[in-house]
Design a protein around this ligand. Structure first.
Ligand code: G3P
Ligand code: CA
Length: 266
């Protein structure tokens, strides 16, 4: 097992709202996170990057093109410049048009703004991406989590915030900076592939992570059992199909990342 107690709950089936309730509201915006809370999600998942002037902001891509009216890399924009843009991504297609008038609400949020707005109401899964472009982002994130009291568990015993990443180097760096932050290693398997991890790889993951987040189609009952026996929680992404969600739940998976937090009812 782990060198520390696995802080992720072993019971239950957590609903993690992927980029917020992103099937219904523009991804990674405050309305998307607020709707996730309204739909009783356990966590919101969000992605962070650094602006030219070193602010942590919430967006999926490292480029503003897909989700705003502008083009270019986030790292080449100052926060003030990004705040001029609108997070108008078309993914919020299921939402009533009227809500789209609240332009102010669709600004690109800083991580600090999201935390301040949401921390009393929901927990966070924060993804570190493209870290090679952002030297020092791990320190910034850990610092901000500490300032906001996000290290540790809430009254229900769940971690207030978890960091996940495909980037093993970034997770190891966070673990070195603050070992009390629960970490999840994101792992992607190709279509048609069954999940497997070598003994060596598993030993390495256990030195820093509390769990793994796996592309869900690859998960099998023996794999989930093996990971649990090793002391790792197993989460699945991105599950927008209710039947698949129920199958994963029956397999003992600890929770899902979903664009539709009401997938299994509110
Ligand atoms: O929930 C897993 C997911 O966050 C990883 O992929 O591209 O949506 O950030 P992506
Ligand atoms: Ca993500």
């Amino acid at each position: 097992g782990n060198e520390w107690d696995n802080p992720m709950p072993e019971e239950g089936f957590l609903i993690i709202a992927h980029r917020g309730a992103s099937a219904y509201e523009p991804e990674n915006t405050l309305p998307s996170f607020e709707l996730a809370e309204d739909l009783n999600a356990d966590y919101v998942e969000l992605d962070v990057h650094l602006t030219k002037d070193g602010e942590l902001i919430v967006m999926h891509d490292d480029d503003v093109k897909r989700t705003t009216e502008a083009v270019g890399k986030i790292k080449d924009y100052t926060l003030a410049e990004l705040k001029e843009l609108t997070a108008n991504e078309e993914k919020g297609k299921k939402v009533a048009d009227g809500r789209r008038d609240e332009e102010e609400a669709y600004k690109i949020p800083t991580l600090q703004e999201v935390i301040e707005e949401m921390k009393d109401d929901i927990r966070f899964v924060i993804e570190l991406k493209d870290t090679d472009q952002y030297p020092g982002i791990e320190e910034k994130l850990v610092g901000l989590m500490k300032e906001n009291g996000l290290i540790g568990a809430d009254a229900k015993g769940y971690p207030k915030a978890v960091i996940h990443s495909f980037d093993k180097k970034a997770l190891k760096q966070v673990h070195k900076l603050e070992s009390a932050i629960p970490l999840m290693q994101l792992i992607s398997f190709d279509e048609g592939e069954e999940a497997e991890i070598s003994a060596k790889e598993l030993r390495d993951i256990l030195t820093y992570a509390s769990g793994i987040d796996v592309s869900y189609e690859a998960l099998t009952p023996p794999f989930v059992n093996t990971m649990h026996d090793a002391g790792l929680a197993v989460y699945a992404y991105t599950v927008d199909d209710a039947e698949a969600a129920l199958r994963l739940k029956a397999m003992g998976v600890n929770g899902i990342h979903t664009d539709e937090p009401d997938l299994l009812g509110e």
